[in-house]
Ligand binder design. Structure first.
Ligand code: FAD
Length: 474
C-alpha cells in the first residue's frame, strides 16, 4: 500500500493526464533501479510532466501535501542520487517528456533546451548548425541535460571547455514551493547580484527542478587528431600533457589516462576491440587535439610533441590515428571501460581529483596502501588526467568473493580518501555525492562548509522535500 494518500495521487495524475504517469510496478522498475551499483527504491507513482507549468503544479501540490520528490533525468548517475528511497513515500518526477529545443540563436551561439533533451540530441543539433556543444561522456546517448547540469557533469573535454557549469548561460527552475524562476538569459555578462544558476548546477536536485537551460555553443572544429601513447607511469603522462600544451596550446581537448589492466578488461570482456600498440605497457594516454585549421594541420605538431616525449623517455611507443574510423576505435576503448570493468569483477569506485602535479604521487601512495591491506587487489585506474581527475577503481582480488570485497568499501574509502584529503583534493571530481559519497563528504568537509550547504538547502527547501537525503543530510 502506498504511503501517499490516494486522493493526492489522483490529483497528481490529473495534472499530467494519462500519458504523463506510470503506476504499474513493472513499468516503474527502470525508474527505481540504478544502471550500476544496485541502488534501488520504491515509489507508488512516476510522473512524466510535459511542460514547466505541469512541473510547477506537481511541486506546489507536493509542497502542500508534504510529499518528497525525486527528480530524474536519464537515470545514468552513478551515486544513488536519482532513485527513490525504499518504502514508497516519494514520487519520482522524470523529465523524459520535456524534450523541446525551444530556441537556437546562432549569432549569440546559444541553444535553449528543455531538461529532458538527451545529450546526443543537443550535440547533433549543434553540429547541424555548424557549432559544437562540447559536453561529452560515456552515457551521452541516455543522460539528459537536466541531469547533466544537476550533477555538473564533466566528461572528456573539460580540459578545453570546462565542465557543465561553464557551458550554461541561463536556467529555468521550479523551486521547492512550486514557483517558476525564469532565468533563461543568454548573457555572457550579468553582474546583478548572486549568480543564482550556479547554485542549482551540481545541486543534485536538492533545491529545485531544472526545467530548461540556455547552453553555450562553440565553433565546430575543422581539424582533429587522436593519438594513443604508452607512458612509463602517471607522472610521465602529466609531463607529456605539458609538452602537448606547449606545442598545441588550448587545442589539446582531451587527455585520458588508462592503466593496462583496464585495457585488458576491455579486450577480455567486449567484442570489437584490439590492442592499439604491438607491445604491452603499464599505462597509456588517449589524446585528442582539435582546432580550426585545415584538415591535417595538427598532425605535425602532435607528432613533434610525441617525438619530444619519446626522446625524453616518457613515451615508449605511440600511434596517431590514420583515419576517423581508427580514432573512433581508440575512443571506443575509453568509452566502454566502465562496462568492461563491471563485467570483470566487483569494484570499489573513487572519483577523486588532486592537483595535476600530484597525480603520480597519489596513485603510487594509494596503490601501496591498498596492496598492503588487500594483497592481490586488482588496480584499474583511468580518467580525465588532464583535469587531475582519476577514477580510482580497484577490483576484488581474484581469490576474493565479490560480496566480501564490497563489504570492505568503507575501509578502502578511508585509505584512499585520507590520501586525497592530505593532498587537498576532492573525493568527487565529477559524479557528485548522492548517497554513495554523502557520509564521506561529511567526514572530510569542514564543519563551516557543511553548515553553509545546509543553510542553503534549508533556505530553499525548508520542508526537505526535494530529493531528501541525497548529497547532504540535515
Ligand atoms: C557509462 C557512463 C559514463 C559516465 N561518464 C561520466 C563522465 O565522464 N563524467 C560525468 O560527469 N559523469 C559521467 N557519468 C555519470 C552520469 O552520466 C552523469 O552524472 C549524468 O550527468 C547524469 O545525467 P542523467 O540525466 O542520467 O541524470 P540522473 O541520473 O537521472 O540524475 C542525476 C542527479 O540529477 C538530479 N536531476 C536529474 N534531472 C534533474 C532536473 N531536471 N532538475 C534537478 N535535478 C535533476 C537527480 O535527482 C540526481 O540527483 C557516466 C555514467 C555512465 C553510466
Amino acid at each position: 500500500m502506498s504511503l501517499i494518500p490516494t486522493d493526492i495521487l489522483t490529483r497528481l495524475k490529473a495534472i499530467v493526464g494519462p500519458a504523463g504517469y506510470i503506476e504499474d510496478p513493472a513499468d516503474m522498475e527502470p525508474y527505481c533501479v540504478s544502471w550500476r551499483d544496485g541502488w534501488r527504491g520504491d515509489t507508488p507513482l512516476v510522473l512524466r510532466p510535459a511542460s514547466t507549468q505541469e512541473v510547477s503544479e506537481i511541486v506546489a501540490l507536493c509542497a502542500k501535501a508534504g510529499i518528497p520528490i525525486v527528480p530524474q533525468g536519464g537515470n545514468t548517475g552513478l551515486t544513488g542520487a536519482g532513485q527513490p528511497h525504499a518504502g514508497g513515500s516519494e514520487i519520482v518526477l522524470s523529465t523524459n517528456r520535456m524534450k523541446a529545443i525551444r530556441e537556437v540563436d546562432a549569432l549569440n551561439d546559444t541553444m535553449t533546451v528543455e531538461a529532458g533533451v538527451v545529450l546526443t540530441t543537443i550535440q547533433d543539433k549543434a553540429a547541424e548548425l555548424d557549432r559544437l556543444f562540447p559536453l561529452s561522456l560515456g552515457a551521452e546517448g541516455s543522460c539528459q541535460i537536466g541531469g547533466n547540469l544537476s550533477t555538473n557533469a564533466g566528461g572528456t573535454q573539460v580540459l578545453r571547455y570546462g565542465n557543465a557549469r561553464n557551458l550554461v548561460l541561463g536556467l529555468e527552475v521550479v523551486l521547492p514551493d512550486g514557483r517558476i524562476w525564469n532565468g533563461l538569459r543568454g548573457l555572457r555578462k550579468d553582474n546583478t547580484g548572486f549568480d543564482l544558476k550556479q547554485i542549482f548546477i551540481g545541486g543534485e536536485g536538492t533545491i529545485g527542478i531544472i526545467t530548461a537551460a540556455v547552453l553555450r555553443l562553440f565553433p565546430k572544429p575543422r581539424e582533429s587528431q587522436t593519438a594513443f601513447a604508452a607512458v612509463t607511469d602517471p607522472s610521465a603522462a602529466v609531463k607529456l600533457l605539458g609538452i602537448m600544451r606547449d606545442r598545441l596550446g588550448e587545442q589539446v581537448t582531451s587527455f585520458e589516462l588508462l592503466q593496462r589492466n583496464c585495457l585488458d578488461y576491455v579486450l577480455e570482456t567486449l567484442d570489437g576491440h584490439e590492442d592499439p600498440l604491438s607491445e604491452i605497457h603499464p599505462w597509456y594516454v588517449l589524446i585528442e587535439a582539435t582546432g580550426q585549421g585545415a584538415p591535417g594541420s595538427l598532425r605535425d605538431p602532435m607528432e613533434e610533441a610525441l617525438a619530444e616525449a619519446i626522446e625524453a623517455e616518457l613515451v615508449p611507443d605511440a600511434v596517431i590515428a590514420a583515419s576517423g574510423e581508427q580514432a573512433r576505435k581508440l575512443w571506443a576503448i575509453r568509452e566502454e571501460l566502465a562496462e568492461a570493468q563491471k563485467l570483470s569483477g566487483v569494484g570499489i569506485k573513487h572519483d577523486i581529483s588532486v592537483p595535476l602535479s600530484r597525480i603520480g604521487e597519489f596513485i603510487e601512495r594509494a596503490d601501496a596502501a591498498l596492496n598492503a591491506a588487500y594483497p592481490g587487489i586488482r588496480h584499474c585506474s583511468f580518467g580525465h588526467v588532464g583535469d587531475g581527475n582519476i577514477h580510482y577503481n580497484p577490483l576484488n582480488p581474484k581469490d576474493w568473493d565479490g560480496k566480501a570485497f564490497a563489504a570492505e568499501r568503507e575501509a578502502v574509502n578511508r585509505l584512499v580518501h585520507d590520501i586525497v584529503a592530505e593532498m587537498n583534493g576532492s573525493l568527487s571530481a565529477e559524479h557528485g555525492l548522492g548517497r554513495l559519497r554523502r557520509e564521506e563528504a561529511e567526514h572530510y568537509k569542514a564543519d563551516v562548509e557543511m553548515d553553509m550547504m545546509r543553510t542553503l538547502k534549508r533556505a530553499f527547501d525548508p520542508q526537505n522535500l526535494m530529493n531528501p537525503g541525497k548529497m547532504l543530510r540535515l
